[in-house]
Design a protein around this ligand. Structure first.
Ligand SMILES: Cc1ncc(COP(=O)(O)O)c(C=O)c1O
Length: 419
C-alpha cells in the first residue's frame, strides 16, 4: 500500500503554539537523550543507565504471576482501577513499610504512581505555583528538577558531601529566599545511594534536614529509588519516619528492585496529603493488571527473594568495578565505595581535561555520564558517573581498562598505548 509522508507544522507556527514549559527548555534534556546519536567508532561498553541487570529480570515469575491474576480476576484487572491504585498493593506496601519503619500505616497512606517519576510530577503539580522556589541536592537526578521546573518554579541547588545535604547551607539558602520575599515550598532529596553520587545521608544530617524544613515549612519530597539495593550496612530511618510523616512525602518504586518497564511506584504521605495529591491526577490511574501482578509476585515472597539475589549480583559488580578502578585509574581520579545502589561517582584529577576525556572515551569504546548532566549551574565538569548495574560483570574489567586508557590520554594529551 502506498504511504503518505506526514506534513510537518511550520516551525514558526509550532513555536507560537508551544507552552512556556517547553519554551523554557526544561524537557530538552530528556528528548535529546532519547534521540539516536551518530554511531561511535568502537561499540562502547555502556556504564551509563541506572537500569537493572537485564539477565536477572524476574521474567518467568512475572509471566506466572500475571497469568494467575488474569485467570483469577481478569475482568477487574482489565478495567480502570482509579487514581489511587490497587487497594491490595497499597495494603501490602502499608504492611511492609510499617514493619520496616515502625509506623502505623494503612493503604490510605499510599497512592500508586507511574514510577517515582509520575509521583514527582504529581507532587510538583499539587504543591508548586509559578514563581515558587524548589530546592534540590547539587548534584541531583535531573528528573526531579524537571518535574519542579515544569510547574514554572525556580530550582536552587543545595550543596552536599558524602554525608548528604549540608544543613548550614540549607538553612542559609532558605533564609535568603525568605528575606527576599520568596517562599521555598519543596526540597527534593535522594537520601539513600543518591543518583548520581551513590552517597547516603547520615543519621545526624537526616535529623537536621527534617528539623530545618519543618521549622521553615518546606515540604520534603524524599525519593527512595535505590534504598532497597543495599549490599551491606544498616538501613537508616527515612526522613518520612524521622518526621513521622509531618511535612514529608516519600516516593518509592519497583523500577530498580524489579524492572523499570513496569512503570510502578508509590507515594506515601499523611492522609490529607494523599487527598490533595489525588486532586491533580487526571490519568485514570496506572494499570490494575500490572499492580495486581506485582502484588501476586510480592505477596508470595518472590520480591524479597529477588532483591536478595540481585543485591548479591550488584555487590559483585561494584567490587569488580572498584578493584579494576584501583588497578587502572587511581592516578587520574578518586571515587567512593557505596554500600548499595547502582552508581560510582568519580572526581577527576586536575590533570584530566574532561572534554578530552569524553572524546577519548568515545574512541576507546566506553560510555559514562558526565557530571554536568546532574548540575543545574553548569558545574560538575570534573566528575563522571559510572553505573555498574546494567553492564555484564565479565565486561567490567575491559570497560575500566578502556576508561583508564582514555583517562591517561586526557591527562597528558597524547593517545595512550593499547594494553
Ligand atoms: C533518583 C531517581 N529517582 C527516580 C528515578 C525514576 O524512577 P521511576 O522509574 O520509578 O520513575 C530514577 C531513575 O533513574 C532515579 O535515579
Amino acid at each position: 500500500m502506498a504511504t503518505t509522508p506526514l506534513d510537518t507544522w511550520e516551525a514558526d507556527q509550532l513555536e507560537k503554539s508551544l507552552s512556556r514549559r517547553v519554551k523554557g527548555g526544561f524537557g530538552a534534556f530528556w528528548v535529546a537523550g532519547s534521540r539516536p546519536q551518530e554511531p561511535p567508532p568502537v561499540q562502547p561498553i555502556a556504564l551509563t543507565g541506572g537500569i537493572p541487570d537485564p539477565d536477572a529480570l524476574p521474567i518467568e515469575e512475572l509471566i506466572e504471576s500475571s497469568n494467575r491474576v488474569l485467570r483469577r480476576e481478569g475482568p477487574e484487572a482489565l478495567r480502570y482501577g482509579g487514581h489511587q491504585g490497587s487497594p491490595g498493593l497499597r495494603e501490602w506496601l502499608a504492611e511492609e513499610t510499617s514493619r520496616r519503619e515502625g509506623l502505623a500505616l494503612t493503604g490510605d497512606n499510599f497512592t500508586i504512581t507511574n514510577g517515582i517519576s509520575g509521583g514527582l510530577i504529581n507532587v510538583a503539580q499539587t504543591f508548586l505555583d509559578e514563581g515558587d522556589v524548589g530546592l534540590a541536592e547539587s548534584p541531583t537526578f535531573p528528573g526531579g528538577v524537571g518535574a519542579f521546573q515544569n510547574c514554572l518554579c525556580n530550582v536552587d541547588g543545595v550543596p552536599m558531601d558524602a554525608d548528604g545535604i549540608l544543613p548550614d547551607a540549607l538553612e542559609e539558602i532558605i533564609t535568603r529566599h525568605e528575606d527576599e520575599g520568596r517562599r521555598v515550598k519543596l526540597l527534593y532529596s535522594v537520601p539513600n545511594f543518591q543518583n548520581p553520587t551513590g552517597y547516603t545521608m547520615s543519621l545526624e544530617r537526616r535529623h537536621a534536614v527534617v528539623e530545618i524544613c519543618q521549622r521553615h515549612n518546606v515540604l520534603i519530597a524524599e525519593d527512595d529509588a535505590y534504598g532497597d539495593i543495599r549490599f551491606e550496612g544498616e538501613r537508616l530511618p527515612s526522613l518520612f519516619a524521622i518526621a513521622r510523616g509531618n511535612g514529608v512525602v516519600f516516593l518509592g518504586s519497583f523500577s530498580k528492585t524489579m524492572a523499570t518497564g513496569l512503570r510502578v511506584g508509590w507515594t506515601l504521605a499523611a492522609e490529607p496529603v494523599i487527598d490533595a495529591l489525588l486532586q491533580t491526577r487526571f490519568d485514570l490511574g496506572g494499570s490494575p493488571w500490572v499492580h495486581r501482578a506485582i502484588l501476586e509476585f510480592a505477596s508470595a515472597g518472590l520480591l524479597e527473594r529477588h532483591v536478595a539475589t540481585v543485591n548479591e549480583i550488584y555487590r559483585r559488580k561494584r567490587d569488580a568495578m572498584l578493584s579494576a578502578l584501583e588497578e587502572r585509574c587511581s592516578r587520574y581520579a578518586s571515587w567512593n565505595r557505596p554500600e548499595g545502589g547502582y552508581f560510582l561517582w568519580l572526581t577527576l584529577a586536575e590533570t584530566v581535561d574532561p572534554k578530552a576525556l569524553a572524546d577519548a572515551a568515545r574512541r576507546h569504546g566506553v560510555a559514562y555520564v558526565g557530571g554536568q548532566a546532574f548540575h543545574r549551574d553548569g558545574g560538575g565538569h570534573n566528575s563522571i558517573r559510572l553505573a555498574f548495574s546494567f553492564v555484564k560483570e565479565s565486561e567490567i574489567p575491559e570497560a575500566i581498562q578502556r576508561l583508564g586508557r582514555a583517562l591517561e590520554e586526557a591527562a597528558d594529551g597524547s593517545p595512550a598505548q593499547s594494553s
